[in-house]
Design a protein around this ligand. Structure first.
Ligand code: SF4
Ligand code: SF4
Length: 192
């Protein structure tokens, strides 16, 4: 059981200009040592996806659902609720894609996971291979982790030139709305 409502990234579609800086910042934040010109050693793999439809552009990413269907259906308990949102434990993921099928916004992706600059490998039974086994790059569940452990919070929020992305703490929003309502009501009573 998770103790509090999960934070999530809110997008203002009216501000987004579709520049994909958020995707680049996300990819860089999840590479060892980051990404700069000439230093790219692995493919870019963002965890939010700029999506265009009917002249609207908006990056789509994980909502860190409170009743996350991805966590509910994972047969290996590889997706867990934490105080930092819904997180994938890659070491437990077997790449079965069940979570991908149930995510209501398509935030989940099966992607290559890179460890120390090399792809994580999976063991495959193959009678034609020496010893009956071969190894191949693993595609594992991958989604927004709110840049867990990154000083300064999610890189996409930092990088967006239009300030279209906001990290929202639902508890803080509720508290602020309550204060605003209380102040408005107190003014109403003073006028009566
Ligand atoms: S960085 Fe901001 S403006 Fe650019 S695509 Fe992402 S959300 Fe839109
Ligand atoms: S991956 Fe999809 S289902 Fe899972 S928490 Fe994120 S938005 Fe919800």
């Amino acid at each position: 059981m998770h103790a509090r409502l999960s934070p999530f990234i809110l997008v203002s579609a009216s501000k987004c200009i579709g520049c994909r800086v958020c995707e680049l910042a996300c990819s860089a934040a999840h590479q060892r040592g980051g990404v700069s010109v000439g230093s790219l050693q692995v493919p870019l793999s963002p965890r939010l996806y700029l999506t265009s439809v009917n002249n609207v552009r908006v990056p789509i990413g994980c909502r860190h659902c409170e009743d996350a269907p991805c966590a509910e259906v994972c047969p290996n308990n590889a997706i867990i609720h934490t105080t930092e949102g819904v997180q994938v434990e890659e070491d437990r993921c077997v790449g079965c894609k069940t979570c991908l099928a149930v995510c209501p916004v398509g935030a989940m992706e099966m992607a290559q996971v890179w460890k120390r600059g090399k792809p994580a490998m999976r063991r495959v039974v193959d009678p034609s291979a020496p010893g009956g086994v071969r190894y191949e790059p693993a595609s594992l569940a991958s989604k927004c982790d709110l840049c867990r452990g990154r000083e300064g919070g999610p890189a996409c929020v930092d990088a967006c030139p239009e300030k279209a992305l906001t990290l929202v703490d639902p508890i803080e929003v509720k508290r602020r709305r309550n204060f605003e309502a209380a102040l408005a009501l107190s003014r109403t009573y003073e006028e009566v």
